[in-house]
Design a protein around this ligand. Structure first.
Ligand code: ADP
Ligand code: DAR
Length: 343
């Protein structure tokens, strides 16, 4: 493979940090399971509009390809290599009020974490047999969830198009893997081994074998961030009795994409900002200053609609889960303050 010829308008962190020297150093390396640099960067080469452009194929990828991945990780999370990641899911430390008790701005709150099972390759490298084994282990653990968390698993393969459409419109179900996932091998053998679990109240969901082997999600209407956080923390405590997740001290929970390392947490609100939607520069300045990212109403790579934005924490590594949620909280308080001042 020759050194890639990146397009001039390519703004990916892959282009930013894959120097010719790093390329020459890594191009013939592979992990014990056989994952190569070429596989790791293919998505960013095929998709010129990638923001990141790389995916790991296994936990060892973060060591073997660290000359490329470490600078990408430090750039995205603002995290220094010598730091060790810390986790904190203690509700007692989450001192915050409901940022929109009157329900004027925030339509809904969702907090998700990604998890992958220890001892298995990640989605870009996993075999069909291993992917089914992961699904079976996860389904078994989900069947043991107690109380309000108990519910049912629905395999994507057997799901009717009507139910699928309904779940996507309810923002419950993941869409078929996007072109970024396609080029990284994450969509292989779709929809085998993929599915969704949700509890009877439909405020707790788990995606199985999408971009990560699990996306564990608590969500509800309104802005009661603490209740959503508590439900997720309780679910993680129960699931960790049955499953061992891939975790290393330096990088926290291991994920397919480097943007989801550490806490692997994305805490988001769907928020209506009609004034700020007409002042995008100010909106982007506030979100940038508060370590937040903006997505559309159908998540990543979608557009905002009717001045409703998906606002969430950007940093997932080098911050604890409590700190990641506080990033969101502080930013949302500021957004609502400015929105009110523009009314
Ligand atoms: P992820 O959050 O897992 O990285 P996406 O950004 O694609 O993935 O979002 C997944 C789905 O969750 C999308 O349908 C998105 O609209 C929905 N979603 C995200 N945040 C919220 C929220 N605060 N309220 C309701 N739905 C949400
Ligand atoms: N679309 C890829 C991944 C960016 C982060 N989002 C994830 N992991 N879903 C990109 O390089 O833009």
């Amino acid at each position: 493979m020759d050194f890639p010829n990146f397009k001039p308008d390519n703004k990916s962190l892959l282009k930013k940090y894959l120097s010719e020297a790093v390329f020459r150093k890594l191009i013939n390396k592979k992990t014990t399971l056989g994952y190569t640099l070429s596989q790791a960067i293919n998505s960013g080469l095929v998709n010129h509009d990638s923001g990141i452009g790389v995916y790991a194929g296994d936990e060892e990828s973060y060591d073997i390809f660290s000359d490329l991945l470490d600078p990408i990780i430090e750039d995205y999370h603002g995290f220094r290599k010598e730091d060790n990641h810390q986790s904190n899911l203690s509700l007692a430390d989450l001192e915050l009020e409901n940022p929109d008790a009157g329900g004027e701005y925030i339509l809904s709150t969702r907090i998700r974490v990604g998890r992958n099972l220890k001892g298995f390759p990640l989605g870009s490298m996993i075999s069909d047999v291993e992917r089914k084994e992961v699904a079976d282990k996860v389904k078994n653990a989900l069947s043991l969830l107690e109380g309000d968390l108990s519910g049912n698993y629905y395999s994507l393969k057997n799901m009717s198009d009507t139910v699928k459409e309904e779940m996507i419109n309810d923002h419950f179900l993941f869409k078929q893997g996007d072109r970024f996932m396609e080029a990284s091998g994450l969509n292989r053998n779709w929809p085998e081994g993929r599915g969704i679990f949700h509890n009877h109240k439909k405020d707790f969901l788990v995606w199985v074998n999408e971009e990560d082997q699990m996306r564990i999600i608590a969500m509800q209407t309104g802005a009661d961030i603490k209740s959503v956080f508590q439900r997720l923390a309780t679910a993680l405590e129960q699931l960790e009795k049955e499953l061992v997740f891939s975790y290393i001290d330096r990088l926290g929970y291991i994920s397919s994409c480097p943007t989801n390392l550490g806490t692997a947490m994305r805490a988001s609100v769907h928020i209506s900002l009609p004034q700020l939607s007409n002042n995008k520069e100010l909106l982007e300045e506030i979100t940038k200053n508060n370590h937040l990212q903006i997505r559309g109403v159908h998540g990543e790579h979608s557009e905002s609609k009717d001045a409703i934005f998906d606002i969430s924490n950007q940093r997932r590594l080098g911050v604890t889960e409590v700190e990641a949620v506080k990033d969101l909280y502080r930013g949302v308080v500021e957004l609502i303050r400015v929105e009110k001042s523009l009314e």
